[in-house]
Design a protein around this ligand. Structure first.
Ligand SMILES: Cc1ncc(COP(=O)(O)O)c(C=O)c1O
Length: 385
């Protein structure tokens, strides 16, 4: 069931105007002619793939990147006609379907091509050749591997080589030696490619970090992910601040119960928190099934523009906070976002969890409705239950 309404007090707000502004900022920083592909994999990093894809394309993105064929097919089913690249692995037996839907796939193995061509193609398959220059994940690593892949593409008229690309492992770090090592490896492998392949292809090497930090080095297009959502890829890039980003994701709830407890009363499973004095305790209707995981015990939230601490274990659907005073039921609780001059950012949540900000919007589950805002006005609700 999919509803365009919701009946709960915990909601993620996605500011589409911020996404648009982050793309425009990047485009200003890039050389004229360098395009932007918006990375909308993993449900647009938890923000909502369809809504973000439309916004990004309206803001001037040339195409979209996803990780899986299923994600690409969903975009096509929603009527999106822009170029789409699947950056991860597609099963070779499904290549004909990608071709039929005009979805480009990532290729880096000779055996993949030999398997794919066993299935008849009614449409040509667009291929992006991935070079592994040091990420160590997927991609062609040697010139001999590349030659074998190019030989199959060359003799099979259904295979159209559209681009060559790579991915940097440390583009967000202050220390540039590994980035330089990867750049050198890229130059060697891509140099070989240019000698072997005479047809024109496009080139794309960069994620948010590389595209914002080294705009003069960019090629035909960049793959813009985390910073499209208004988050810096690392604390180092945040400090460098190559462009001013505006976070798009906030998470709010409301107090549904407020009580005053005597000293010595315990809170939640395991009775791990006990009041030391008379305390006001509020209950917030959001829990680990919403992605607000148990490790967030001790994290702060905002109530009345003030920081208040999560006490006791986080339950599946609810958690408790220690309040500085009594508040009425229905008072807004901000888990990610601003209240007054206070902010709790996705970076703060990531720091508490000892992880990266990428994980934070991704972990807010589909049980939390997404409300879409444009210029401060609600335009759409997505309730995926
Ligand atoms: C191959 C590839 N390109 C681009 C991106 C986007 O990276 P970012 O979100 O850092 O911009 C990713 C993200 O994981 C990726 O795997």
């Amino acid at each position: 069931m999919s509803l365009d309404r919701y009946y709960r007090d915990s909601v993620a707000e996605v500011n589409l105007t911020a996404i648009e502004s982050n793309i425009l900022q990047l485009k200003k920083r890039l050389k004229p002619g360098t395009g932007v592909y918006a990375v909308v994999k993993a449900d647009a990093y938890g923000h909502g793939d369809i809504q973000v894809a439309h916004t990004a394309l309206e803001a001037g993105a040339r195409g979209l990147c996803v990780a899986l064929l299923d994600e690409a097919l969903k975009l096509r089913q929603e009527g999106i006609e822009a170029p789409i690249l699947v950056m991860g692995w597609t099963r070779p037996e499904d290549a004909w379907l990608a071709a039929k839907e005009d979805i480009a796939v990532t290729v880096f193995q000779e055996e993949w091509l030999l398997e794919a061509e066993k299935h008849p193609f009614d449409h040509p398959l667009s291929i992006h050749l991935k070079l592994d220059t040091g990420m160590g994940r997927i991609g062609v690593r040697s010139t001999s591997e590349m030659d074998r892949v190019l030989a199959v593409i060359d003799r099979q008229p259904s295979f159209i080589l559209q681009s060559v690309f790579t991915h940097f492992a440390t583009a967000d770090e202050e220390e540039k030696s590994y980035f330089s090592h990867q750049t050198k490896r890229w130059e060697e492998l891509f140099g070989h490619f240019k000698r072997e392949w005479s047809h024109p292809v496009e080139v794309h090497t960069s994620n948010s970090a590389a595209s914002m930090r080294f705009p003069e080095r960019m090629d035909h297009f960049v793959r813009f992910g985390i910073s499209m959502y208004g988050l810096y890829p690392s604390t180092h890039v945040k400090r460098e601040r190559p462009i001013d980003l505006e976070p798009a994701f906030s998470l709010n709830s409301r107090l549904i119960h407020v009580k005053r407890l005597e000293a010595g009363e315990s809170i939640s499973y395991g009775a791990t928190y006990t009041t030391e004095e008379e305390e006001w305790i509020g209950t917030v209707p959001l829990g680990y099934a919403d992605g607000w995981i148990r490790k967030l015990q001790g994290m702060e939230v905002l109530v009345d523009g003030k920081r208040q601490t999560i006490v006791g274990r986080i339950c599946m659907d609810q958690f408790m906070i220690r309040l500085d005073q009594e508040y009425p039921i229905g008072t807004k609780v901000t888990l990610i976002g601003n209240q007054g001059n206070q902010e709790i950012s996705a970076d703060d949540v990531a720091d508490h969890l000892d992880t990266i900000n990428y994980e934070v919007p991704c972990m807010i589950s589909s049980r939390v409705p997404r409300v879409y805002l444009r210029n401060g006005k609600m335009t759409e609700i997505r309730n995926s239950l």
